[in-house]
Design a protein. Sequence first.
Lengths: 541, 94, 199
Amino acid sequence: MSETTSSYGGFFAESPRPGILGWLLTTDHKRIGILYLGCIMTMFIVGACLGLAMRLQLFQSGTGIMSAQTYNATFTVHGVIMIFLFIIPSVPAAFGNLVLPIMLGARDVSFPRVNLLSWYCYVAGALLAVIAIFSGGGPPDTGWTFYVPFSTQTTTNVNLAVTAAFMLGFSSILTGINFVTTIHRLRCKGMGWGKLPMFVWTLYATAWIQVLATPMLGITLVLVFLERIFGAGLFDAARGGDPVMFQHLFWIYSHPAVYIMILPGMGVISEIIPVFSRKPLFGYWAMAFSSLAIAFAGSLVWAHHMYTSGMSDLAILVFSFMTFIVAIPSAIKVFNWVSTLHKGSIQLAPPMLYALAFIFNFSIGGLGGLVLGAAASDIQLHDTTFVVGHFHYTMFGGLGFAFFGALHYWLPKFFGRMYNHKRALIAWALTFVGFNITYMAMQAVGVMGMPRRYYDYLPQFEPLNMVATFGSWILALGLLIMFVNLWQGIRHGAPVGKNPWAAATLEWTVPSPPPMENFGVEDPVLTRGPYDFKGVVADEP
Amino acid sequence: MTEHKHFIVRYKTFAIVWALLGGLTALTVAASRVDLGAGNIWVALVIAATKSALVIFFFMNLRQEARLFKVGLLAVLTILAIFIGFTFFDVLYR
Amino acid sequence: MSHEHRDDTGARFGMWVFLYTEVILFSGLFILYAVSLAKFPAPYSIASHKLNIYFGTINTLVLLTSSLTMAMAITAIQRGRIKQTLMLCSSTVGLAILFLVNKFFEWSAEIGHGIYPGSEELAAMGPGVTSFFNLYYFTAGLHGFHVIVGATLICVVTLRVAKGKVNSERYVLLENSALYWHLVDLVWIFLFPLYYLIL
């Protein structure tokens, strides 16, 4: 048993196999969650560095640090890494694996070996993506969206990149199958559907999207690959194909994908806000059903990415209308979080700060989504940096901040040590301010007409671009302090007991870190609801 | 999901289903040689759906499985119908 | 101290959910087919006539029979008839091989006539016929890949039956490989009329 990890105790110390094999061949959901967490954080840092490089390139008009080709590759790899290697797996694969079985009162997921396989698929995808940068014709330059005809003709290493994305999709599918089955089959005695923590509901809805939407990405990537090999003309109009059909198949996955991204984040917020308001979550069933509604309605809107593609006016009308519908369940969630806060006993602990920031950022992002969902305004804004601002507000300001909140909420549970709260607050403030400066400036310059995915721009866009780049430095500083603080916290922080936050879900009834078996010899019997805080006290500090 | 023991399906049941499947195959080949215009594709799809239902309910034993399995199948078919249908809002009306 | 976690219903449910993903995977190709057929009704008819209806029909009957043998294999193992189980599983694999052999001869003939994705002969037949055969080869090709995977899975399980690891008390692995095999049959049930039988 290695010295460093066993000093954490719990599942770090207990394993059927010693040393590194105890990690590489583990089927324990907690160890798999830690493996995912490490990889995901690493890929986030790589993706963030690429993003910072992009902001350096766009600092001034007319000059830059890279060629157009390099810029194309940078935003492509930034997108592929952030979307497939960070955002999509972040909450479900890391925190879902760590927390879900314990929240259900179970010993593990339904298919522990499939769980390990999903991690290996992730690692394979990550390796292939990195190798694609340094091999073949060089890093892909198509954008993460791989639109045809460019993706089938460019000489860059699209083949390896789409293979990487395929492996990552497979990883996502396996996680989805596991979570759907686990939630149906392994709930402990007393854990009816009405007693499930909201995080479980959102993981459930997410898992269904992972299962039903991701395979469409699979086939789309396979077809790009085959097209590059055989040159058959599947998407070539001269040979009976239709390039717009690529976009349909691609977005049939990639729009529901954004709900795979955000729903688990919403689940995290639904856990944090009640705990730090000392009040039950407002509108439990509305929150549960809105999760399912988002999953369903989100599968009906994909072509709102295609208003300018040449598709029919009828399609534009239908998809625009459906896009307005899908905003409703999201809005219900925002209202219910705010209602939970109302007259609550608010504690501004670090997880809560990130949850509040989420509500602010996600609301802005959501409103921007309505502007883009309306076809008339979208014609103006399509492919401008307004779109870039919108999706960073929802995916970064939304899911990203929810992920950071989850780190601050659950790392003490799984490592048994607490980080410094004051430094967490400073990091949060810098991150929140830096984030909003960067992306609000981007939205503004997008409305002014600046296109996205351009390595240079007209001089009139320069002031706001400079502002955005400055913002990115403040944001980067905040993230750096946050990561250092969390790292030092899990290494040297003060030990915590079972329940530092006085939360009511089952993971806070087991030691920190939890033992390998989660609950010891007897399976737990649930008596308390997930937001029933009566009589729940935090450990003595 | 309730746990209940599945009864063992007799070979004879499977043989009858197989014979029906063979018959439907003959039917779909025969129907495809008659000009029904636009109706041909729909006849083919209905027969294929019927064959699929036989395979799913009898060979794959969905008949005996819990309601959740059937709900899941319905979910897939619904999503599929949406994917195809909404795509045709574009393709048919350009 | 470990509990043995056994949940056969959950295991079957997980396999069904995986099969849903396979349905969506193939649906992408069928969506492309539907769009293309709507655009090129006459060329699709011409192209369909170039496919060999005898190979197609025989292969359909082969797969339907292989589904029968797999379904019967479940009954056999439930009754504890191990020899029958082994025979039925082996028959399934045999039929799968027959399917692939038929496909080999069928495709050899077509490719010999210059009909394959990216060929000039195909392009010369016009966009509609080209689109038909592109989608045909990719769909039937992906299907063939799944035939190989499914047959391999059945071989693995058959060995376990022979060793007694899969038996009348414990056979969810056999059920799940049978489910996978039936999916292979289901895809072909749609592929056959849509490609081989256009009037």
